[in-house]
Design a protein. Sequence first.
Length: 342
Amino acid sequence: MDDELTGQKIIVVGGAGYIGAHVCKAVADKGATPITFDNFSSGHKHAVKWGPFETVDLRDKPATLAAFTKHKDAHAIVHLASSIEVGIGEKDPAGFYENNVVGALNLLEAMRSLSLRNLIFSSTCATYGETDQMPILESQVQNPFSVYGKTKLTIEHMIQSYHKAYGLTYITLRYFNASGADVSGEIGEEHDPETHLIPIALAAAAGLRGRMKIFGTDYDTPDGTCIRDYIHVSDIAAAHLCGLKAFANGLTHSKVNIGTGKGVSNLEILQMIEKVTGKAVPYDNAPRRDGDLTRLYADPKRAKEALGFTAQHSSLKNIIQTAWNFHSKRWNLKNVHGPDDK
Ligand code: UDP
C-alpha cells in the first residue's frame, strides 16, 4: 500500500546533503515528515525544504541526545551523515574515525536510551574492497582498503552488535555510485571539493573548468577505463522508502546492495554527456588514481527480494540529463544564495 508512511516522522541525519535532500523529498511526497539533523559541514541550508531541521553535530554526544529526545516520537532514523571524500580520509584518518565512527556511536546511544528502534544506515560498496567477483553479492567478504570504507564497515559491525544485544532493527544500504538529480532540478550534487566523475565532466563540457583528467586508460576493460555501477539518486531515495515500508511490515534486519547491476565505463559516461548536452568533454589521459578498482557493480537481487526495490530512474541517459538540468540551472543562478547559505 502506498499510504503506509503517511503521518510518520522520519529523522534524516545528514538531510541537507546530496542523498539526504532527495530522501527528505521522497519522504515528504509520501505524506510523512522528514526531520533533518545536519551540521552543514557539507550539506546546504537551501536543500532543507521539506520539514523541520535541527543543527546537530553527532560528535557532540549531549547535543545529539537532546535533539533525538526532542523528536523521540520518530518512527525511524535514516543515517547518512559522514565524511565521504576518500582522499581526505587517507590523510586525516583521525577526523574520519571521529566524525563517522564516534558520530555513529553517539547516534546509536541516543537511539538506545530513547528506545528508538528502526535505523536505515547508508553504507557503501567501498566496504567490499578489492574483489574479482562481479557482480558483487552482499555475502562477499568485506575487506575495505580506504579509511572511508573502513569507517563504514566499522559502523556496520556496530549496528549488528546493537541489533543482537539491544534489539535495534536496521537496514544497511550499500550504495554504488550515486548520481543524477531530482527531476525538478531543485536539488542535486554540490560537493566542495568535487571529486566525482559526472559533475566534473559536466563542468568541463560547460567550459567552466579546464580539461579534465581520465584516471587510467590501461585497465583490463573493453575501453581501458574503470567500470562503475551508477544509480540515480532518486532510486536511492526510493530504496529508503522501501526500507521504511519493510520496517512497517516487520523486517528486523537486512544488508543490501543498492545498484543497478550494470557496469558503465568512464569513457561511456563522457560519450553520453556529449550525446545529451551536445558538448564534447575536453579531457586528457592521466595516470591511475590511487585506490581505484578496475570494476565494481552490484548484484541487485537481494534488494528486490528483501525490500521490493528495483531501480527505475537509472538509465545512463536519465542520470546525465537530470544532472545536467540541475547543474546548468545552478551555474546560471550561482550568485543567488547568500554567503552563509553554502
Ligand atoms: N574519475 C576520473 N576523473 C575525475 C574523477 C573521477 O577519471 O576527475 C574516474 C575515477 O578514477 C573512477 C571513476 O571516474 O574510475 C568514478 O570515480 P568517482 O570519484 O566518481 O566515484 P568512485 O567510484 O571513486 O566512488
